[in-house]
Every structure is written in C-alpha cells, then in structure tokens.
Design a protein around this ligand. Structure first.
Ligand SMILES: [Zn+2]
Length: 187
C-alpha cells in the first residue's frame, strides 16, 4: 500500500477509545512512540529498569475486495526492545519484539468464531469504542519468548553466597576440597 496516497487525518485524542469504523473508512494512519513504561502488563513481565519506547503504527482500511464485504480492517505494526531475565544466566537480556498483524472487525462473537478458521487475519468484534493501546499491548505480550535467553551468555551463573553455603552444607566432611573446586571452576 502506498502510504503517501492515504488521507492523513488529525490524530484522535484518545487512543484508548477509537471509533474503528470511522478510522477504517478514512483510511487513517496513526503512529507514535509510547514509553514501554506506560504498558503496565508488559512492564510486569520485564526485569530491571524499563526504558525505551514502543514504536507503533496503525493503518485503517475498508477492503471490499476481501470477501465482498465492507468490513473494517486494521494493519498494526509495533516494535520494542524489552529487558527480560535470561533463563540460563539470570541476567537481564534485551529482547526485540516485532509485531506485524492484520485485524478485521466483524459484527459479533458468533461471526468471529465462524470465520476464524478460514481467515489469515485476526478477527475482532466491532465496538463503538476500541482500545488501540490495549491491542498493541496484547500483541506485544503474545510475542514474548517463552524462554528468554542470551544467544551466548557473557558469564556463567556465579553462585551466590547462599548457594555456596548450601553446597558446603551438603558436603560437610570436607569443605576445603569444595572450596578448592569452586575456585578452580571460577578460574
Ligand atoms: Zn544469559
């Protein structure tokens, strides 16, 4: 799609309550950078200090060529880098999330269920007031890796003093040998 030919309307003030039908009819294009920190559910899955932005864009369309109906469509793109916990070394690992997804709005839940299997796009039920930011957050959450990990961890997991105590407690008969082995391993 040639974005230059698309009408650019004034940005709606409330991205949490969008009139999707009007948005699609006007082939509106919205984009913005929103601090990651504003996405509370996403922040809950992050570790350490959460900085940076979610760069997103949303393009509305009515595409009668698809299915011969004038359903409202939304093309969503979003990009963000979030700090997660590496499941191997337990240090923070920055993970890039990339969203590119088409949505089609249908009249009701029944239609959505009926047409879901045969549709490549995701189906959403049309509401008078649509929360675009919540959809962006949903998509980011769905794209979080199940097991975040560095491609190559910089350091082996260094045992904390508590873990060292536990190791020592297990092999009480000869703690000095364990200390020696811990030392060699760190070297
Ligand atoms: Zn790691």
């Amino acid at each position: 799609m040639d974005s230059l030919t698309l009408a650019r309307m004034q940005t709606p003030k409330n991205l949490h309550a969008l009139d999707v039908k009007a948005f699609a009819k006007a082939q509106m294009h919205l984009e913005g950078d929103t601090p990651v920190a504003e996405f509370e559910r996403l922040v809950a899955d992050c570790s350490g200090e959460v900085t940076g932005q979610v760069s997103w864009s949303a393009q509305g369309a009515i595409d009668p060529e698809q299915r011969g109906k004038d359903d409202a469509w939304l093309h969503l793109e979003a990009k963000a880098t979030v700090p997660l916990t590496c499941q191997r070394c337990l240090h923070p690992v920055p993970v890039e999330l990339l969203i590119e997804q088409d949505f089609r709005f249908v009249a009701d839940e029944v239609t959505a269920l009926a047409e879901d299997d045969e549709s490549e796009e995701d189906l959403l039920v049309l509401e008078d007031s649509f929360d675009l930011m919540a959809l962006i957050e949903d998509e980011l959450l769905m794209n979080l890796p199940l097991v975040p990990m560095h491609p190559a961890c910089l350091s082996e997991h260094v045992p904390t003093s508590k873990e060292e105590e536990a190791i020592l407690a297990e092999v009480k008969p000869n703690p000095f040998a364990v200390l020696a082995s811990l030392k060699t391993r760190k070297d």
